[in-house]
Design a protein around this ligand. Structure first.
Ligand code: MN
Length: 327
């Protein structure tokens, strides 16, 4: 039986298992090295890949950094009380496991992406929800390929940038292309792109293409003008959602350690509100959290935000299933 990654003790009555003790899996959840034996609700996978980066490299170190940061919240693994929501999230029947990392071969993006896609397929085959820690945002395209068992998958894209570049000097799978690649997949339906602002890789024609496709694009001007209640009302109801969280959706003052920081960004609690709303509307069947860049981080600040938002997302998924009697 898998148990949480715990410390050695000679005195069970005085057992502590502090966050700084032990091997840093996500939330100090059990590590499972046999993906074919996966039996859990949430499967965390690391994709230590930053070959898609055109700005600041270093996201390859994020899976370790985010896991390390997540140990701060390791007690949440067995349930945690939110005084803000007056709710206890997650319980002992909610299984989170950490599958470790996908193998990345330097310079070989195609094989690295095949490894990632295959791992995500196996997680889905086993009935778990993949939570992938990037990596730069290029990784979302191969992840989404693995979701072709779904139809009309609604994508919630939280990001400072549209990431809709058709190609850049022939590059199709960089960090500026994943949402364009997603739009080309027949199983991808509506796309909701939230937090756009500032300088990005996408050209005016890419924006025009995204709008013509019918993507719901909520840029920061609209968000600040209309407020969060309006933002939440723009999210369409769907059966299945995939959520991709580029940490640069948060304001650059909050996330110094990300690949392409931008001012005029969103606050943590606004992202939480969006994730909560999506979980109320339908099933989140997959999630990735990308673009933490530890070499530029300060005091783990960016990694802590990413780890916290991952915990929030798995908690809201738990609540959504619990409220519907599915657990
Ligand atoms: Mn992005």
């Amino acid at each position: 039986m898998l148990t949480q990654n715990t410390a050695f003790t000679t005195n069970e009555k005085r057992y502590m298992d502090n966050p700084f003790v032990g091997i840093a899996t996500f939330l100090k959840a059990p590590f499972l090295d046999d993906i074919d034996a996966l039996d859990a609700n949430i499967a965390v996978l690391g994709m230590p890949y930053d070959m898609g980066t055109a700005v600041r490299s270093g996201a390859r170190y994020a899976p370790r950094a985010v896991r390390e940061a997540s140990t701060w919240n390791c007690y949440a693994y067995n349930g945690w009380y939110s005084p803000v929501d007056d709710t206890v999230y997650m319980d002992e029947n909610w299984k989170v496991v950490d599958l470790g990392d996908v193998d990345v071969i330097h310079t070989e993006y195609d094989q690295s992406f095949l490894n990632l896609e295959a791992a995500v397929r196996k997680v889905l085959d086993r009935g778990a929800i993949p939570f992938v820690i990037g990596g730069d945002h290029a990784i979302t395209a191969p992840i989404l390929k693995a979701f072709d068992r779904y139809e009309d998958l609604c994508i919630i894209h939280l990001d400072a940038h549209l990431d809709y570049r058709k190609e850049t000097a022939g590059v199709l799978y960089g960090q500026g292309n994943p949402m364009r690649r997603a739009s080309e997949m027949s199983h991808v339906g509506q796309m909701v792109q939230i937090g756009m602002r500032g300088i990005g890789s996408s050209l005016p024609e890419d924006w025009a293409d995204a709008k013509e496709r019918g993507n719901i694009i909520l840029d920061m001007g609209k968000i600040r003008k209309n407020g969060m209640d309006w933002v939440l009302a723009q999210i369409p109801k769907a059966k299945n959602y995939y959520v991709t969280l580029d940490i640069d959706v948060l304001d650059q003052s909050l996330v110094p350690g990300c690949g392409s920081p931008q001012p005029y960004g969103m606050y943590y609690e606004e992202i939480v509100a969006i994730m909560r709303k999506v979980c109320e509307l339908g099933d989140v069947v997959g999630f990735d959290a990308v673009e933490v860049c530890p070499p530029y981080d300060l005091n783990q600040q960016t990694a802590l935000y990413q780890a916290n938002l991952m915990l929030d997302m798995m908690s809201f998924i738990w609540k959504s299933k619990k409220d519907r009697g599915l657990l």
